[in-house]
Write a protein that binds this ligand. Structure first.
Ligand code: ZN
Ligand code: FE
Length: 260
């Protein structure tokens, strides 16, 4: 039976993703920044935690690990080998496979540094858990990685099948689409997406996941090589930009300084 993926909202705008199957009590969570909402949801559904998948070291993604391990000591903590993660048991890097026993879910790890130096993503079952690397209509800030790394990580996502569902860790889409319109005010797909996602939020629904195909059509940070995006970035920078890395750096800096 199909894998069910549902959001557990945490803090102001985080999503902790819950994975389970309709015929099983086994479940996994991705990026539990807080244990309380997870414990509450798992209790209500009668689920047992088998795995905790971590994308990167920030506290809003890892703060719930200890509390969850207290409640479910058998839950295995997976996370990036190149970052310090509390209680990490399975350090992971590029190309490694994560098979969650009992859940029958299989993922391949991608190294996607940039937001942080060791950020990883989990790809499999037609979905991508991308943490704070890619957001609906936007991308993470560059904290402890580099602009070049984040540009390259996003370019790798752009190569994945278009129907891949991207599960990011924050509900930032509407704000991001506002900036996307600064970059491409005449992008029809972007304007249509904004209407659709605004309606979702008004109904109290998440805008996540989105498809990579939709991100490719609307997210300027996945459109680093589109002429309209290059032109807008060059206009803001006041100079010609030699390559995709320079375009990405200009876009990200523009958003940091003038929009966020
Ligand atoms: Zn983060
Ligand atoms: Fe975060």
């Amino acid at each position: 039976m199909s894998l069910l993926i549902e959001p557990i909202p945490a803090f102001d705008d985080n999503y902790i993703w819950l994975l389970h199957r309709p015929d099983s009590q086994v479940c996994a969570v991705v990026d539990p920044g807080d244990e309380d909402p997870v414990i509450e949801r798992l209790r209500a559904k009668g689920l047992q935690l088998a795995a905790i998948l971590i994308t990167h070291k920030h506290g809003d993604h890892t703060g719930g690990i200890r509390g969850l391990k207290q409640r479910w000591p058998e839950a295995v903590v997976y996370g990036p080998a190149r970052e310090s993660i509390p209680m990490l048991e399975r350090p992971l890097g590029e190309g490694e496979r994560v098979a969650i026993g009992g859940l029958e879910a299989d993922f391949i790890v991608m190294d996607v540094p940039g937001h942080t130096e060791g950020h990883i993503a989990y790809l499999g079952e037609g979905v991508l858990f991308c943490g704070d690397t890619l957001f609906g209509g936007g991308c993470g800030r560059v904290f402890s990685g580099t602009y070049e790394q984040l540009s390259d990580s996003l370019a790798r996502f752009a190569e994945l099948p278009g129907d891949t569902l991207a599960y990011c860790a924050h509900e930032y889409t509407l704000a991001n689409l506002g900036f996307a319109k600064w970059v491409e005010p005449e992008n029809a797909a972007l304007l249509a997406r904004e209407l659709q996602d605004r309606a979702r939020r008004e109904r109290g629904e998440p805008t996540v996941p989105s498809t990579l195909e939709l991100e490719l059509a609307t997210n300027p940070f996945l459109r680093q090589e589109q002429p309209t995006v290059i032109a807008a970035a060059e206009k803001w920078a006041g100079q010609a930009l030699p390559d995709r890395h320079a375009v990405f750096r200009a876009l990200r800096t523009w958003k940091d300084r003038e929009y966020d």
